[in-house]
Each structure stands twice: as structure tokens, then as C-alpha cells.
Design a binder for this molecule. Structure first.
Ligand SMILES: NC(=O)c1ccc[n+]([C@@H]2O[C@H](COP(=O)([O-])OP(=O)(O)OC[C@H]3O[C@@H](n4cnc5c(N)ncnc54)[C@H](OP(=O)(O)O)[C@@H]3O)[C@@H](O)[C@H]2O)c1
Length: 341
């Protein structure tokens, strides 16, 4: 299977490394042989229909800061969408940064991929948050598979497990903790009695939070994920503008202390219910399974018959997200014939 990847950062590089590490077992167990025919980063691209050498790709990126330095196959000054449209890749992986305020370029890349008949694995949440229903329609129209497991839960197969849980069941409510950074901060405020600023500084020191932490602490990242869950698992068409969002900047130490006295803890909870979608800090019983610590994620699905089911796992990380991409890739590999017949 010929693969084209946009984004060669933590996730893109981990994906190429994982495909290389698993090369023999992917062929043995699945009859799958992969070839990376193109990689795009913010400064250029490396393109070869005959396949690029993963070690050379990683070396070019490490030494020169761009895959455009790949010997003989580097490309500069070309438009992403033109490279994608011209590629004979069967699968396009979108792994550029999630920029919810400027989703345009990633949308254009996905459109170019679908319009030229490529299956897509997307870990960039921005296009899904702003246009999930339209993208799903475009993929169907072009008879392409569209998978996005890595957008929610990193390596924990939250979406796949949730799809399994809700099959044939009526979901009455969804509550979820979907952002490791905010959960880390709130856990520190609860367990160590830190202020928000102290906990944020520690999250930044440990590399959990970005220098600009607004997407996490203002609830945007969580909102993108609940939109993907609502569309992808519950079949409920929505976009990020439909979510009422309140982040955790306003959570004071006094609120966390008061919750603790009442045997509760404050968590950033994403909800899907009859009243719509929301993200906001909420008090949760200390003994609830939703009270996960550190950077863990948790999804609680309440079923009309069957009670509440909890899924817990690590939410992020390069190798974890690459594992989700590989899972999607294998699903596409095994089901692609259904669309072609
Ligand atoms: N890291 C995680 O744990 C994780 C987990 C789940 C989902 N995700 C999602 O996965 C995506 C990638 O995350 P990451 O951690 O790998 O980010 P990252 O390390 O910042 O890498 C982003 C990559 O995208 C490239 N890029 C930026 N603009 C581009 C453009 N216009 N055209 C082509 N390439 C472009 C960057 O190029 P340069 O190298 O030239 O800067 C870089 O290689 C994000 O959407 C993120 O939300 C990440």
C-alpha cells in the first residue's frame, strides 16, 4: 500500500518508525506491504513513486529540519494540494497541527485526497471539528474510507470501543474527560493543593502543556473531541460551534478545596445529552470511575438498558497515536475491496 503523509513531527515520524518496525509482521499477519511515497512538512516535501527510505527521511529531517533535504527526491515551493492530487498513493495520512481557528489548509488537503480517490487516516482534529458531516459525505461520494481513531484517546481505541458499546443500545448520556493536560492540572490542584498557575507551570515544565496552553485549558481541545465522538460514534451531526465551552482558567483553589471537603473533585467534563453538547468544569464524586488521575482520559457511556460503562486509557503520545494510525490503516487495508466492488 502506497502511503503519503502530511506532517512529519512527533506523530508522523513515529508512524514511519512503527511501520518499519512492524514491516515483517504486517506482511506475515496481514499480507500488507507498505511504501512511503511522499512526506510533507511545513518547509517542503520528499516525493518518490518508487518509495522513500524511512531511515533517509528521518535523517534528512533531523539534520536539515525538513524532508525537502531528502537526496534527489526533495521538493520545495510546491503546493501541498498539488502534491497530494498528483500522488499515486492509495492512503493519505493527515498529521499536521490541529488549528481549530484556521482549519482551511488541512481541509483543502483532505479534499484533495478524497477527490483523487485516496483513503484517509486523519489525526488532526481541526477539520473534523469544523466540518465532520461534510467530510464524511465527501469520503462516501468518492468511495474512500475515512478513519480518525487517533483524534480521541491517542492510542486508546476509545472510538472503536465506544462504537462496540453503543451498537444496538440507546445512549442516554455521555460524560468524558478527554484532555490529559487539564486533567493533570486539576489533579495537581486536588492532590497537592496547588493553584492553577502552579499546576500549569509544572505541566509546561514536564512538556504536557504547550507554551501557549489555550487550546487545552480553554476547553477547545476537549470540545473538538466531543464533536468527533458525537458524529463518529453516535451519528449525531454537529460542529464545534454547537458546543457550549468553558475552560479551567477560572477554577480557583477554593472551589477545588470545597469540592474535596464534600468528597468530590473538579474535572473538565465533556457532555453529550438531550440539551446538547458542553465542556465545563464540574464536581465529580471522588469515588466515581470518572475520577481518573494525571493525564489519563475516561469516557462514560450511559445506556438506557445496561447502566454506565467506563473506558479509561492514556490519551496521547507519539508512539500511542502512531499505533492508532496503524490500527486505522489495517482496517482500511482489510475493507478497501468492499468499496471497490
Ligand atoms: N502528539 C500527540 O500525542 C497527538 C495525539 C493525538 C493527536 N495528535 C494530533 O496529531 C497531529 C500531529 O501532532 P504532532 O504532535 O506530530 O505535531 P508536531 O510534532 O508539531 O508536528 C506537526 C508536523 O506538521 C508539519 N506541518 C505544519 N504545517 C504544515 C503544512 N502546512 N504542510 C505540511 N506539513 C505541515 C510540521 O512541519 P515542520 O516539521 O516543518 O514544523 C510538523 O512536521 C496534530 O493535529 C495533533 O493534534 C497528536
Amino acid at each position: 500500500m502506497k502511503i503519503l503523509i502530511a506532517g512529519f513531527g512527533v506523530v508522523g515520524r513515529s508512524t514511519v518508525q512503527l511501520l518499519e518496525q512492524q514491516r515483517a509482521s504486517l506482511y506475515r499477519s496481514h499480507g500488507l506491504s507498505t511504501s512511503i511515497v511522499g512526506v510533507l512538512d511545513s518547509k517542503g516535501a520528499a516525493i518518490s513513486p518508487a518509495g522513500l527510505d524511512p531511515a533517509e527521511l528521518l535523517a534528512a529531517k533531523e539534520k536539515h529540519g525538513t524532508v525537502a533535504a531528502y537526496p534527489a527526491h526533495g521538493v520545495r515551493d510546491a503546493k501541498d494540494v498539488d502534491l497530494i492530487a498528483a500522488s499515486d498513493a492509495e492512503l493519505f495520512v493527515e498529521a499536521t497541527p490541529t488549528t481549530v481557528r484556521t482549519p482551511g489548509p488541512s481541509m483543502e488537503r483532505l479534499k484533495a485526497a478524497f477527490r483523487t480517490g485516496k483513503h484517509v487516516v486523519c489525526v488532526n482534529k481541526a477539520p473534523l471539528a469544523v466540518a465532520f458531516p461534510a467530510l464524511q459525505e465527501l469520503s462516501k461520494h468518492n468511495r474512500c474510507r475515512f478513519r480518525y481513531s487517533g483524534t480521541v484517546g491517542g492510542g486508546t481505541p476509545v472510538l472503536a470501543l465506544a462504537e462496540e458499546v453503543v451498537r444496538g443500545a440507546e445512549v442516554t448520556a455521555v460524560r468524558a474527560i478527554l484532555n490529559g493536560t487539564t486533567n493533570f492540572i486539576l489533579t495537581k490542584m486536588d492532590k497537592e493543593a496547588w493553584t492553577f498557575d502552579q499546576a500549569l507551570a509544572e505541566a509546561q515544565r514536564l512538556g504536557y502543556a504547550e507554551a501557549d496552553p489555550s487550546a487545552d485549558v480553554d476547553g477547545i481541545d476537549t470540545a473538538t473531541k466531543i464533536v468527533i465522538l458525537a458524529n463518529g460514534v453516535l451519528g449525531r451531526p454537529c460542529v464545534i460551534g454547537d458546543v457550549k465551552i468553558e475552560g479551567i482558567r477560572g477554577v480557583k483553589k477554593e472551589r477545588v478545596d470545597a469540592a474535596k471537603k464534600a468528597n468530590k473533585t473538579v474535572k473538565l467534563i465533556a457532555r453529550i445529552g438531550p440539551d446538547g453538547l458542553s465542556v465545563r468544569p464540574e464536581e465529580v464524586a471522588a469515588d466515581s470511575p470518572l475520577n481518573v488521575g494525571g493525564s489519563l482520559n475516561c469516557l462514560a457511556l450511559e445506556l438506557k438498558t445496561g447502566g454506565e460503562i467506563f473506558l479509561v486509557g492514556r490519551g496521547a503520545g507519539g508512539p500511542e497515536t502512531a499505533t492508532a494510525i496503524l490500527r486505522d490503516l489495517l482496517e482500511i487495508w482489510h475493507t478497501r475491496g468492499e468499496l471497490e466492488s
